[in-house]
Ligand binder design. Structure first.
Ligand code: NAD
Length: 478
């Protein structure tokens, strides 16, 4: 079985203690990963600090050259990286091979192209003898803490833009799905200068906490749950540092009667929640609001689409939905099946879980059927709490105003979808919905050129080149 190492100062370093990495489709251990300590975290920050002066002083074109080489590594190793991601977190191969890895090749090229923007300032004439200037500077050492649900993408968004801006980086992958990040460490040490990118794997409360508290860290960007963001905020107060949080959601996907219902039915089922990594995506459109006059028709269409979803081997191109990432997450998702029923939500389809819903070869994995509940009551836990699995709820509404009120009645504000042919209505929804990203007649398209930032409990701050810089003001008098 492959054992992986941390990447610290350009070297692959083993740790004394290791963790198992489990293939969620089978429940079997398939790799071993470092369980890093506070000393490992400190070594990574020290290596990043040592690499910072030379990396930040390099002209933007020099950094761009390195980042284009990273993009080349993604392109050359695309199939291997996609298969690792699929084995490690269960995301189906058609997503990892067609969406994640090619998308990240593009993202690294984009970051390379934006290196110049990181050093652009402005000049302001303040008087005949007085000139104001701004200089953009990198923060220093940026820590990126990433979740298990899309490691390759989140790793890239954290590392590429921070490096483009001249920072050096320490990445802490999630313990449930770490292998693609550690394999990237092996590949990228061949193309990046030592210490510019460091990776320490392990538990959040051990390696993660040590990084958050470290006085040598200058910025933290976390993608994860709201609960972890609260812990990180408290832990980072002694050594003040800027924080950016991309967190969870309970996103409304709103279907008006005037929409193209065929398109909307596919959009709110496969594009948004069920086959979208078995609902384990932060932007999952898990509250489906449907105008009452087309409610039954939409439910029929969604039921038919869900009936064609195929669970099974995530490495097969015929599979359209994979497993839940871990036993712990499986138990969390299945607990909501009971909660919803107890709260009085009506089961529309799905509801089964466990090994009996797939081929015997995958019976040890963590499987939950695409499941839809219906209710009139947005106050239910199943409507308010992030489940992070293939479980959605349908809610009817009558008017546009009611749709907005239900949609905004949530502690989260990450994303929203609107399905309508009425452009005026679309404009009003874009204005009134409290969400950082809103799609109209589509869903879950996240081009790296557009910022991605939450509202309310979904976080604040984002990953871009400029967000990884600070601006100095300078005044020259002659
Ligand atoms: P999580 O919050 O449990 O873990 C995220 C990361 O934080 C992991 O690397 C974990 O080890 C680390 N961590 C945990 N405790 C820590 C601590 N005390 N100090 C430092 N680090 C710590 O989240 P998860 O379960 O891995 O991912 C699922 C969550 O992430 C969901 O809520 C989902 O919505 C969210 N998410 C958000 C986005 C987004 O961009 N908004 C994208 C993907 C996932």
């Amino acid at each position: 079985m492959r054992e992986f190492s941390n990447l610290i100062g350009g070297e692959l370093r083993r740790t004394e203690r290791m963790l198992d990495s489990i293939n969620p489709a089978t429940g079997e251990v398939w790799a071993r990963i470092p369980r890093s300590t506070a000393e490992d975290a400190d070594a990574a920050v020290t290596a990043a600090r040592e690499a910072f002066p030379a990396w930040s002083a390099m002209p933007a074109a020099g950094r761009a050259h390195f980042l284009r080489q990273v993009a080349g590594v993604f392109a050359t190793n695309a199939r291997e990286l996609a298969e690792i991601e699929t084995r490690d977190n269960g995301r189906i191969i058609s997503e990892t091979a067609k969406r994640d890895v090619p998308g990240m090749t593009y993202l690294w090229h984009l970051a390379a192209a934006e290196c110049g923007a990181a050093v652009e300032g402005k000049s302001v004439v303040l008087g005949p003898d007085s000139l104001g200037l701004t200089r953009r500077v990198p923060y220093g050492v940026v820590v990126g803490i990433i979740p298990w649900n899309s490691p390759i993408s989140t790793f890239s968004a954290k590392a590429a833009f921070a490096l483009a801006a001249g920072n050096t980086v320490v990445i802490k992958p999630a313990e449930q799905a770490t292998v693609s990040t550690l394999r990237l460490g092996e590949l990228l040490r061949e193309v990046l200068p030592p210490g510019v990118l460091n990776i320490v794997s392990g538990l959040g409360e051990e390696a993660g906490d040590a990084l958050v508290r470290h006085s040598g860290v200058d910025r933290i960007s976390l993608t994860g749950s709201t609960e972890t963001a609260r812990i990180v905020t408290r832990a980072s107060t002694d050594a003040l540092k800027p924080l950016a949080f991309e967190l969870g959601g309970k996103s409304p996907n709103i279907v008006f009667a005037d929409a193209d219902l065929d398109r909307a039915a596919t959009g709110v089922t496969t594009q948004s929640v069920f086959t979208a990594n078995a609902g384990q995506v932060c932007v999952a459109g898990s509250r489906i609001l449907i105008q009452r006059t087309v409610f039954d028709e939409m439910i029929d269409r969604m039921t038919a689409i869900a009936g064609r979803i195929r669970l099974g081997d995530p490495l097969s191109k015929d599979t359209t939905m994979g497993p839940i990432v871990s036993r712990e997450q499986f138990e969390r998702v299945t607990s909501y099946l009971e909660i919803a029923t107890k709260e009085g939500a009506e089961l529309v389809f799905g509801g089964r879980s466990g090994g009996e819903i797939v081929d015997e070869a995958y019976a040890g994995g963590y499987w939950v059927e695409p499941t839809l509940f219906a209710t009139e009551d947005n106050a239910l836990r199943v409507c308010q709490e992030e489940i992070f699995g293939p479980v959605a709820v349908a809610l009817p509404f009558d008017t546009e105003e009611e749709a907005i009120a239900i949609a905004n009645d949530s502690s989260y504000g990450l994303a929203a979808g609107v399905w309508t042919r009425d452009l005026g209505r679309a404009q009003r929804m874009l204005r009134d919905l409290q969400a950082g990203t809103i799609w109209v007649n589509t869903y879950r398209k996240m081009p790296p050129g557009l910022p991605f930032e939450g509202m309310k409990d979904s976080g604040y701050g984002h990953d871009s080149v400029l967000a990884n810089t600070r601006e100095k003001s300078c005044l020259i008098e002659t």
